[in-house]
Design a protein around this ligand. Structure first.
Ligand code: RB5
Length: 147
C-alpha cells in the first residue's frame, strides 16, 4: 500500500506546496493536498490543524505543511495530540527528525528555502525511517507531555 501524505499551506506557500505535491505524486505517493488554492491571505493555524488531523486520524501516515517561515504552521500542527512536526531548512535535519524523533510531519518555509532545496528536504524526510532503540523512550517522553 502506498504511503498517504497530507499537504497543506497558507497563502505564502501555495506554489511550493503544489510543486511538492507533483513531486510526491510522480514518485507514486498518494497525495492528499487540502489546499488552499486561492492566493488570498489566510490563517496558517487552521491549515496546520487540518493536515495534522488527517495524520492523527490515520487517514494519512505523514504530513507536510508550509507557510512563509514554516514556523507558525508547525506550531499549530504540533498542538494536535500525537503530532511530531519539525521545521527543516536542511537535508540533514529532515532525515534526523524521522530517524531520531519519529516525526510524522515536516514543515517548510517557502520564504526560506527555494524549490530545489525544498524537494531534497522532502525526499530526505520521505526516505528516512525511525531507528527505534534508545530513541523510543525519548519519543515516549515527548508523548507523555501531552497527557
Ligand atoms: C504570513 O504572512 C506569514 O506570517 C506566515 O506565512 C508564516 O510565516 C507564519 O509563521
Amino acid at each position: 500500500m502506498s504511503i498517504r501524505i497530507a499537504l497543506s499551506s497558507d497563502h505564502a506557500a501555495i506554489e511550493l506546496r503544489q510543486a511538492i505535491a507533483r513531486h510526491l505524486a510522480d514518485q507514486g505517493f498518494d497525495v492528499v493536498d487540502i489546499g488552499p488554492t486561492e492566493p488570498e491571505s489566510t490563517d496558517y493555524p487552521k491549515h496546520g490543524e487540518a493536515a495534522a488531523r488527517l495524520v492523527k486520524s490515520d487517514d494519512c501516515q505523514l504530513g507536510i505543511v508550509l507557510c512563509g517561515t514554516g514556523q507558525g504552521i508547525m506550531m499549530a500542527a504540533n498542538k494536535v495530540k500525537g503530532i511530531r512536526c519539525g521545521v527543516c531548512a536542511d537535508v540533514f535535519s529532515a532525515r534526523m527528525i524521522r530517524q531520531h524523533n519519529d516525526a510524522n510531519m515536516l514543515s517548510l518555509g517557502a520564504r526560506v528555502v527555494g524549490e530545489g532545496l525544498a524537494l531534497e528536504i522532502v525526499d530526505a524526510f520521505m526516505n528516512a525511517s525511525f531507528e527505534g532503540g534508545r530513541h523510543t523512550v525519548r519519543v515516549k517522553m515527548i508523548d507523555a507531555l501531552e497527557s
